[in-house]
Design a protein around this ligand. Structure first.
Ligand code: PLP
Length: 392
């Protein structure tokens, strides 16, 4: 059976060049990077090079990059660190209703255990945050604004430069979760003028379990993981050397291949959307209609009268991997907080599927996907007790 992977925003396959670069760090250069003899020094060199490669991808300096265990850790570190560091200045954080759970659940933790007050900004029907809304929400107690660069479900590319400028005007620190944006759109931290930026390797054809935080030079942030002197004394724990080296290589490939990657993803995404519209009725695009203002590979579609969960499982039966807009937890279907925030009607919110294309997606993959999808949607709609009912 043909296998088609259309879930690049969940994770990406690790590129062969990345794997090849990593392997020696499990075998020859296996030393602890803190050890001052041969294999340790070799491992240390790998870290130094990777730090530069990641810095180059976002226009940072290498001493502004701190490796973490994942994007989630980078997000947690900024929110909890700033809340502790600026305790005397204020207790108010501003974020949005459509952030990843790495941000939202950390904010909820800070509200519950640290007396932090959080404003969750509304977004418009395409998922955009308004700089005016942000400005109106800032008070003299605001210590941090955290707004994602690209939304992981609907692909909205937020106006980070404008939003960061609003925070700066009021002397408030600005963080952006760029896990979905890294390697998918150009990023220049100096131009964006952000203070913190979170990244993750497994979304850019690198390994899982390795992320990084960009921290603008000179900004104070207490440590999150305490222990040894690794990461310039800012993040303890023996380094995941091979993972870091893999992240570095993936970042280099992402930088040199960015234009080609974006063009290919956009072309495949457009073809997928054209085919879906052509072959399947009663569909609705979620997220920005202007494809230049969303993740180049993201397509989020609701299929009326049926459930995304069933579509996903039946596509899997045909060897096709996609994800749904709703998260299945403890046997019940939770409605996506992102789709709810952009007011996708309750009647179709559960019929949502997220397709994300990437470097290995081909036109043939999409032809096959749409062929199977058409049959799946037909079958499910025939079974659906609600097809054509008033209000659908
Ligand atoms: N932030 C966003 C926007 C994401 O999409 C993800 C992962 O899906 C994360 C954070 C978490 O990254 P990681 O999987 O490296 O912890």
């Amino acid at each position: 059976m043909r296998e088609v992977y259309l879930d690049y925003s969940a994770t990406t396959p690790v590129k062969q060049e990345v794997v090849s670069e990593m392997i020696p760090y499990y075998t020859e250069a296996f030393g602890n990077p803190s050890s001052l003899y041969g294999p340790g020094l070799k491992a240390k060199e790998g870290l130094t090079q990777a730090r530069q490669q990641v810095a180059d991808l976002i226009g940072a300096k290498e001493n502004e990059i701190f490796f973490t265990s994942c994007g989630t850790e980078a997000d947690n570190w900024v929110l909890e660190g700033v809340a502790d560091q600026l305790r005397d200045k204020g207790n108010h954080i501003i974020t949005t209703k459509i952030e990843h759970h790495a941000i939202i659940h950390t904010c909820m933790y800070l509200q519950k255990y640290h007396g932090i007050e959080v404003t969750y900004l509304d977004v418009d029907e395409e998922g955009f945050v308004s700089p005016e809304d942000l400005e109106a929400a800032i008070t003299d107690k605001t210590i941090l604004v955290s707004i994602m660069m690209i939304n992981n479900e609907i692909g909205t590319l937020e106006p980070i430069k404008e939003l960061a400028a609003v925070a700066k005007k009021h002397g408030v620190l600005f963080h952006t979760d760029a896990v979905q944006a890294l390697g998918n759109v150009p990023i220049d931290v100096k131009d964006l003028d952000v203070d913190f930026l979170s990244m993750s390797a497994h979304k850019i054809y690198g390994p899982k379990g390795i992320g990084a935080l960009y921290k603008r030079k000179g900004i104070m942030l207490p440590n999150f993981v305490h222990g040894g002197a690794q990461e310039n004394r800012k993040r303890a724990g023996t380094e995941n050397t091979a993972g870091i080296v893999g992240f570095g290589k993936a970042a280099e490939l992402a930088r040199t291949g960015l234009a080609e990657h974006m063009a290919h993803s956009r072309q495949m995404r457009q073809y997928l959307w054209d085919q879906i519209q052509d072959k399947i009725e009663d569909v609705r695009l979620n997220g920005p209609a202007d494809f230049d203002r969303r993740h180049p590979g993201n397509l989020n579609v609701s299929f009326r009268y049926i459930e995304g969960e069933s579509i996903m499982l039946m596509l899997d039966g045909g060897g096709i991997c996609v994800s749904t807009g709703s998260a299945c937890s403890s046997g019940s279907l939770d409605i996506s907080h992102v789709l709810a925030a952009i007011n996708v009607p309750m009647t179709i919110i559960n019929g949502t599927v997220r397709f994300t294309v990437g470097d290995f997606t081909t036109k043939e993959d999409i032809d096959y996907t749409v062929e199977v999808l058409q049959k799946v949607v037909d079958t499910l709609r025939k079974l659906s007790p609600i097809t054509g009912k008033e209000g659908w």
